[in-house]
Design a protein around this ligand. Structure first.
Ligand SMILES: CC(C)(COP(=O)(O)OP(=O)(O)OC[C@H]1O[C@@H](n2cnc3c(N)ncnc32)[C@H](O)[C@@H]1OP(=O)(O)O)[C@@H](O)C(=O)NCCC(=O)NCCS
Length: 203
């Protein structure tokens, strides 16, 4: 069963002599952008029922390589791993991907979000994005990534953000550069870290 990350909390409000207790549900899934919107997109949590919509991403030749997954797995298995990882993140407060829905058409466009990553023994916050192949080159990755960046800095989550990009992933590199990031360092042989400092962030 999926843990949706809600917890019941009690708020004590002193009012004169009395203390009013208000019970409320607190949403504790850190770094998610649920209900956030951009010009064309709205963000929501990933659900198990999204599986079939998301599967076509893994039928593309380079997806496994670019996402640092095992290229010997079938598209179905890759997609399963994606969902396992995503729910693990939700449950363990490691951020996570949000589903991107086109506000006008209600179509499932892709996923993007803020992910806690351990890079060279340091906790960093990554802006992640992947778009379904039929919607590539329509500006969706950049639209979602820039929203994640602004959301993270506006909420003072961290002083710098990264994107971890395979050296051959020119599309993703372009999105990171457009998102104000610059090359920071090499990572794990085939990946580059791009980053932006909050002090250099201009909305
Ligand atoms: C990489 C990816 C996220 C790009 O998504 P997208 O929605 O097509 O990107 P955008 O439309 O926002 O494009 C942003 C810019 O990158 C350029 N771009 C996109 N894909 C490109 C490619 N394959 N090669 C070169 N440039 C590319 C666009 O032309 C655009 O540039 P412009 O603003 O100068 O016109 C998408 O191809 C994808 O999901 N790939 C598979 C999974 C993946 O690699 N995820 C990223 C892991 S780090």
């Amino acid at each position: 069963m999926i843990d949706y990350g809600y917890s019941l909390k009690v708020l004590n409000i002193p009012l004169g002599e009395e203390i009013f207790k208000i019970c409320y549900y607190s949403f504790h899934m850190t770094y998610l952008l649920i209900d956030q919107e951009t010009q064309r997109l709205k963000f929501r949590q990933l659900r198990s029922s999204d599986f079939d919509e998301w599967l076509p991403l893994f039928k593309e030749k380079n997806t496994a390589k670019f996402l640092e997954m095992d290229p010997n797995l079938t598209p179905f298995e890759l997609c399963e791993k994606w969902f396992e990882k995503s729910f693990y993140r939700y449950k363990n407060e490691l951020g996570g991907m949000n589903v991107l829905i086109n506000k006008e058409t209600d179509q499932f466009i892709g996923q993007s979000g803020l992910l806690v990553q351990n890079i060279d023994n340091q906790n960093r916050l990554e802006v992640g994005y992947s778009i379904l192949p039929k919607y590539w080159n329509q500006g969706y990755a950049f639209e979602a990534a820039s929203k994640c960046r602004d959301f993270a800095f506006e909420h003072n989550f961290i002083d710098s953000l990264i994107s971890v990009i395979h050296t051959a992933n020119k599309g993703s590199e372009k999105v990171a550069l457009k998102n104000g990031m610059t090359f920071e360092k090499k990572f794990d042989n085939n990946f580059n870290i791009f980053s932006i400092e909050k002090i250099n962030w201009k909305q």
